[in-house]
Write a protein that binds this ligand. Structure first.
Ligand code: NAP
Length: 261
């Protein structure tokens, strides 16, 4: 995909799942990478693989995005290493499946920090440079869980609703600047996400799991084409359109039934 050729891409959540798939794909399109997550050993292994397989530069900068200072210190490192980020992929995120009152508040704070605050802050820190250069892009990984409220997935679904709305607004604000904005909405994907969330993968993925590679490809295509909201499969577009028409009380019944433990 020409859009990524000779660009430098910052991918958060690059140690696992969809993040790894983003990195492999953009490297195959001729991009250089800055990769981040907490697990440095996994990032180092991915960097080694990408450097040996593709003619690309890969910089590893570990960061904890649940730390309020995480995004700013990540960008300080990026600047120290003289990287100019052309494309930001805000992919890091996690969920918690369970009754709201059973969840630990510190865990919710971390979730909001990673899924929302860090995404906003990284975007705020990097987009002005992109606007100044008249090119660039931000790909925000949202979820079908953001289409409607999802009982037993309450904080997670609210964070992903935020990501969808924020991405639409920013896409509109930046439409004449040359900077692309897109949110990617996957359904269930075959990654560690369900283990981390404590969710039953067989229940949550009753319609089947998508591969991280297929999902990443949809996201990268959506950003290259500046599509504000990209669905990882066409059935999700229909679910999204339905979610706008059916009353919320009805729409969220299915999600609640699926996520109830
Ligand atoms: N899998 C699905 O069914 C699904 C569906 C819709 C949307 N999504 C979204 O897709 C994105 C990627 O998830 P995935 O499915 O690939 O799950 P995953 O395999 O669990 O990967 C999550 C990534 O986020 C990073 N991360 C988590 N907490 C972090 C923190 N505090 N600081 C920095 N990085 C952190 C993890 O890295 P470290 O642990 O090394 O820090 C990991 O690289 C998420 O935003 C998720 O919400 C997933």
């Amino acid at each position: 995909m020409q859009y990524y050729h000779n660009k430098t891409i910052l991918v958060t959540g690059a140690s696992s799942g969809i993040g790894i798939a983003f990195c492999r794909q953009v490297a195959s399109y001729g991009a250089d990478l800055v990769i981040t997550a907490r697990r440095k050993d996994r990032l180092d292994a991915l960097a080694k693989e990408l450097r040996s397989q593709y003619d690309c530069e890969v910089s590893v900068i570990p960061a904890d995005l649940s730390d309020p200072d995480g995004p700013a210190s990540l960008i300080r490192e990026v600047e120290k290493k003289n990287h100019h980020i052309d494309v930001l992929v805000n992919n890091a995120g996690f969920g918690y499946n369970g009754a709201f009152i059973d969840g630990d508040f510190e865990m919710y704070q971390h979730m909001m920090q990673v899924n929302v605050h860090s995404l906003i802050l990284l975007t705020r820190l990097l987009v002005p440079g992109m606007v100044g250069r008249g090119q660039g892009g931000v790909l925000n990984v949202a979820s079908m869980a953001g289409f409607l409220p999802v009982p037993y997935f309450s904080v997670y679904s609210a964070t992903k609703q935020f990501v969808i709305n924020f991405s639409w607004s920013l896409w509109k604000e930046l439409e004449d600047t040359g900077v692309h904005i897109s949110s990617l909405c996957p359904g269930p994907v075959n990654t560690q996400f369900f283990d981390v969330a404590g969710a039953d993968i067989r229940k949550a993925a009753f319609r089947g799991l998508q591969s991280p590679e297929a999902v990443a490809l949809k996201g990268l295509t959506g950003l290259a084409e500046n599509i504000p909201m990209k669905f990882s499969r066409s059935l999700l577009r229909i679910s999204y359109l339905l979610s706008k028409w059916v009353p919320v009380r009805v729409g969220m019944l299915i999600g609640g039934m699926v996520m109830r433990k």
